[in-house]
Design a protein around this ligand. Structure first.
Ligand SMILES: CCCCCCCC(=O)CC(=O)SCCNC(=O)CCNC(=O)[C@H](O)C(C)(C)COP(=O)(O)OP(=O)(O)OC[C@H]1O[C@@H](n2cnc3c(N)ncnc32)[C@H](O)[C@@H]1OP(=O)(O)O
Ligand SMILES: NC(=O)C1=CN([C@@H]2O[C@H](COP(=O)(O)OP(=O)(O)OC[C@H]3O[C@@H](n4cnc5c(N)ncnc54)[C@H](O)[C@@H]3O)[C@@H](O)[C@H]2O)C=CC1
Length: 418
């Protein structure tokens, strides 16, 4: 059960069957959904409206057979390919043959998930954003076999839920999280080099983000990235013996988030992550002396050269890394244009709307400036290839920085996944 997703569906008056793996999780989920729906009802009453949706439209169950009449299923189990496949094998045998099967994965391969079903054309990614009952974005991920009807249904579902849907192609982490990855890497390198989570968050929140990267990770849950890194052999016991702590596959790697997870610090849900919270599931982030001490010991152990970072440096490292990946996404035909990337960030990641989204922002900074900063950073840090300027960025800078609306013609992508 994805609690925020269930709440979103109930809010839109869609009858829901919410499935969990055991009675304890079911009870916790039921309480959480109940609380969120009560809050919705309060808001409607305050506006003088009738509180339409209630818990009565949600049926809670532990039995897969209860999904047999569902027209559409949204899977939201832990981020683990084998588990997702196990669930989809069950779904394809239990559900109606024409049921749409959606996955809320944060970045796993849609085609691999679809491969275990009888009808891969009915499988699609419906990627919600945390908190799923609040954030406006639905990233709709088409797989190789996904039919047009399935795409149209998922896009329409987003509309019914009052969300903004953006269609993207299937690649690791899709669009939003693919751009997020180098952004979070940079944020973590800054911690290695002397910053604290609150310094980095402050710079990005002063820029206008609703939440800086560390508060955002604590909200989403650090275990999502951790599970994904373990699957990819970057963390956990799949890492080959003798691998340097701060390097993977010849590239710079920051293990700080993995170490927090190993210490049971998964973010808001465990009451501790990059910050400490007032209780399990609390929302008030306070700097944690434990984290400060942990970071100091880590820096000493690895003898990392400290580099004082100004807010401007923090912004440049994090934002230009994110934007650079945006150009790669356009080169690969994973998003249909820069505007789609901007819509994703404005609606899914608390990007300051008045700055127009990351790609528009890059155009206001000046592509030549972005290129120069990336170029300088990459020359000094060849072990961080995500900062190597993208070919498309170079091309756009070279042809005189055309306005954003003309970028699609410059991409001219024969390999579009859309
Ligand atoms: C590559 C590695 C992969 C990493 C992991 C990937 C995970 C994914 O696959 C994708 C993701 O979800 S990434 C996370 C995306 N979400 C964000 O970035 C959230 C950014 N924050 C915001 O937009 C606002 O602070 C927010 C909307 C949250 C709050 O807005 P405000 O600050 O204006 O606060 P309020 O007006 O008081 O609240 C508005 C509603 O939000 C509820 N809320 C506030 N803080 C919350 C929190 N910490 N947790 C849950 N709900 C929260 C609040 O209750 C209110 O709801 P209502 O009371 O119903 O109106
Ligand atoms: N937390 C977030 O910000 C976001 C998470 N996602 C994705 O959503 C999925 C779930 O992530 P979270 O909600 O963070 O995880 P979570 O750990 O909070 O929830 C996973 C849920 O799946 C249930 N579950 C596990 N195995 C099950 C089974 N065999 N049968 C039925 N239920 C089972 C668990 O009991 C739990 O309620 C992941 O694929 C994640 O990448 C996507 C967008 C945002």
């Amino acid at each position: 059960m994805g609690r925020g997703i269930v709440t979103s569906l109930a809010k839109a008056h869609i009858p829901v069957v919410a499935l969990e793996q055991d009675a304890q999780q079911l009870e916790i989920g039921k309480k959480a959904v109940n609380g969120l729906l009560e809050r919705e009802a309060e808001k409607l009453i305050k506006q003088g409206l009738a509180p339409g949706s209630t818990l009565a439209s949600v049926r809670f169950t532990l039995d897969f057979a209860d999904l047999r009449d569902a027209d559409l299923v949204i899977e939201a189990v832990y981020e683990n390919m084998e588990l997702k496949k196990e669930i989809f094998r069950k779904l394809t045998s239990v559900c109606k043959p024409d049921a749409f099967l959606c996955t809320n994965t944060s970045g796993l391969n849609i085609d691999e998930i679809a491969s275990v079903t009888k009808n891969p054309h009915l499988v699609i990614g419906t990627h919600f954003f945390s908190p799923a009952n609040i954030m406006k974005l639905l990233e709709v991920v088409r797989g190789h076999h996904t039919s047009l009807t399935t795409i149209a249904t998922a896009m329409n579902l987003g509309k019914t839920l009052g969300k903004v849907s953006v269609l993207v192609g299937n690649c690791p982490s899709f669009v939003g999280n693919r751009l997020l990855s180098p952004y979070l890497d940079q944020a973590s390198y800054l911690l290695e080099e002397g910053c604290y989570p609150e310094d980095v968050d402050k710079a990005l929140e002063d820029f206008g983000f609703a939440m800086g990267p560390f508060r955002m990770m604590d909200l989403a849950g650090l275990d999502i990235g951790w599970r994904s890194r373990m699957e990819r052999g970057l963390a956990g016991n799949k890492v080959p013996l003798g691998t340097p702590a701060r390097q993977r596959e010849g590239k710079r790697y920051c293990p700080l988030a993995d170490l927090l997870c190993e210490n049971g610090r998964l973010g808001q849900k465990t009451g501790k992550g990059w910050y400490q919270y007032e209780k399990l599931g609390g929302r008030i982030a306070q700097p944690d002396p434990w984290v400060k001490d942990f970071l100091q010991k880590y820096r000493n152990t690895h003898q990392i050269k400290q580099r004082p970072a100004t807010p401007e440096m923090i912004l440049e490292c994090c934002l230009y890394a994110l934007v650079n990946e945006g150009f790669h996404v356009l080169e690969d035909g994973i998003a249909s244009g820069p505007e789609d990337i901007d819509v994703i960030y404005n609606n899914g990641y608390g990007w300051p709307k008045y700055r127009g989204g990351p790609m528009y922002y890059a155009s206001t900074v000046g592509l030549t400036k972005v290129l120069d900063v990336l170029d300088k950073y990459y020359k000094e840090n060849p072990d961080v290839p995500s900062m190597k300027p993208a070919f498309l960025l170079k091309k756009l800078a070279m042809v005189g920085e055309p306005p954003l609306k003309e970028w699609r013609t410059q991409v001219g992508n024969p390999d579009s996944k859309l």
